[in-house]
Design a protein around this ligand. Sequence first.
Ligand SMILES: [Zn+2]
Length: 411
Amino acid sequence: MTEVTETLELKLVEPNAHKHQKLCETKTAYQQALEAAFDAGCTTQSAANDVVVNYDLSGYAKNALKKYVPQLCGGSYHAKELHNDHPVRFTNEGVRLDHKPQNAIEWYIKIPHHDDYNLWLPAQPNPEQREWLEALHGGAAKMGECRLFDRDGEWYLHVVATRDVKERPSSASETPIGVDIGEASLLTVCHRNERGSPTTPTLWNDEGKQVRQLRETYFTATRRLQKRGSERIAESYGDSLWRQIDDILHTVTSEVVAYADQFENPVLVLEDLTHIRESMDYGAFMNRRLHGWGFAKMHAQLRYKATEKGIRVETVNPAYTSKSCHCCGERGTRPDQATFKCTNSECWVRKYQADVNAALNIADRYLSGESHHREHTGDNDSAEDGGRLTGPQDSQADAEAQQLTLGTYAS
Ligand SMILES: [Zn+2]
């Protein structure tokens, strides 16, 4: 096991006047306490404690100061003077992360103000660090010190996070495992055996159904509650439904990683989300509201869980993975959502389970070397096609399903 550390950046989303005021108060009190303890030349935690105890700050900020000031005063930093834009430091116990995928801004962060008073603020993470947030939220990563600072009037929180990852000895032959994320089957995995034959396809159909039902319950029930003016009940009911969805996603992503873990040198191959995001021409609303959140969450969970086990994750261009035949490569049709039909008369494939066909194409795309990095796939055609997983343009069946979904969920 190796421990890896990363500093996660979260931008606090437009705190209202009240919260902004509270953040400013914290910053000012912290700055004053820091200066006082620095001027007093505190070289021990107890000396620093005697100074900072008098300031109107949360215990988490005081504890961080007690550790930090002795380092400045003759400790590891040997600072001559203080510059005046130190971030406010908090020990990890004071900061909490919450995820509400049903909201426009999905992530929330709790920042201590003073002892009995905390601020919950919506926060926008760096999208590249989503996997870390899922790991923190899922308990697989640990939170370290946090630092609050403002930059040109915007507030940011930096969170130091650590987690254990496994190094796996790499052997010559890889087993690429294609992972298809869909609506009917939440996830589908398949790979080829040493003779190249598709083997052990696994679908999570029931979980797909459960998630759809929970989501539907969420939208109908919360709307009804909101109409009755029961905003608070709607919110807590919604939170519990989304926790159930999250539990299902965690179960499924853990099972996918366990599937991969049986093989000697597994590589989980996913579709590149960037393409999917960019190809969504009906916007962030649909993407997030209906399915986008699920992709992002499952990808992030798969990534951190795979890394924990030393399993590599690669991404490929998603264009046509559901429309091409895994056997002959011809563009086929989708008579219904579960079925792929090869139209090449020379090909032995007639009808094939559509999600398994897609998973095989995804695995094969990695093998063919047409993998991941965005700069290599800049000339792809996915702007028209790559949206199949979230978009309605994949097939008539999908389009109809999407219309139904739209009718049910759009508000
Ligand atoms: Zn074919």
